[in-house]
Design a protein around this ligand. Structure first.
Ligand code: 6PG
Length: 239
């Protein structure tokens, strides 16, 4: 596990975009594709903007295939949609090989089944999908993707995509499951802001139950796990 602390959110975004481009090169050269999961929320927006601004000609985007780690139960043009955020900051500006959004305008279980089918069609029907890179955010409560504390999705081992009821948000969200995330070739967390500092300390240094801080469940078998954080989020972490 690597912990990379950047002074500001802007430096974090620059470093994350640089890392994204570096990680894309070999899979595109060797496999002819780079299958990446984009993180939701607001933190990664700056990274997507840097990718659009500085890497439009630096990556063969026609070989990049974009997926999502989770989605809110809203249509794709809703301001809360993770897909809409990625579209506005990156996907409407750079043509990629394919975009696989979670179709949350469908009934939740139907949307989850449809996305799992889409993953099986892209990666093959059996083994969990092996994404080249999964980007994740971190909530102040220790959640990642839509794997929230003490929710049912934390126990799922036989599905790739599930509907996860999140009582405290009075909603249910679609999320990739822990086995899928841990099957990735590489996982990078992007974390910025003082409000994440306590959760980050608990996750990196504490002995709290992962069910209370679900990002603790993320341990890719590849062991390629990177935390890219800003100084504010790293406030309580021993360097
Ligand atoms: C979502 C994300 C979620 C997010 C964290 C951090 O759909 O909201 O997938 O896991 O990454 O909540 O969000 P911020 O980056 O907005 O703080």
């Amino acid at each position: 596990m690597k912990l990379l602390v950047h002074e500001t959110p802007e430096e974090l975004a620059e470093a994350a975009a640089r890392d994204f481009a570096a990680r894309a090169r070999e899979p595109i050269d060797v496999l002819g594709r780079f299958a990446v999961v984009l993180a939701g929320g607001s933190t990664p927006k700056a990274t997507y903007e840097v990718l659009d601004r500085d890497y439009a000609d630096n990556i063969d985007w026609s070989k990049v295939h974009v997926f999502f780690g989770d989605e809110r139960p809203v249509p794709p043009d809703d301001e809360d949609s993770n897909y809409r955020t990625a579209r506005e900051t990156l996907l409407s500006r750079i043509r990629v090989g394919s975009v696989h959004r979670m179709r949350c305008e469908l009934p939740p279980e139907e949307a989850a089944a449809a996305y799992e089918q889409e993953l099986r069609e892209f990666f093959g029907p059996d083994e969990p999908p092996s994404f080249d890179l999964i980007l994740l955010g971190l909530g102040a409560d220790g959640h990642t993707a839509s794997l929230f504390p003490e929710t049912s999705a934390l126990d799922v081992t036989d599905r790739w995509v599930v509907v996860n009821p999140v009582l405290k948000l009075e909603t249910a969200r679609l999320t990739l499951t822990i086995p899928v995330i841990n099957a990735a070739k590489a996982v990078t967390f992007l974390v910025a802001g003082r409000d994440k500092a306590q959760a980050l300390k608990e996750i990196l240094e504490g002995d709290a139950d992962p069910r209370e801080y679900p990002a603790k469940f993320i341990c890719p078998e590849s062991r390629d796990l990177t935390w890219m954080v800003d100084r504010a989020a790293a406030k309580f972490v021993q360097r």
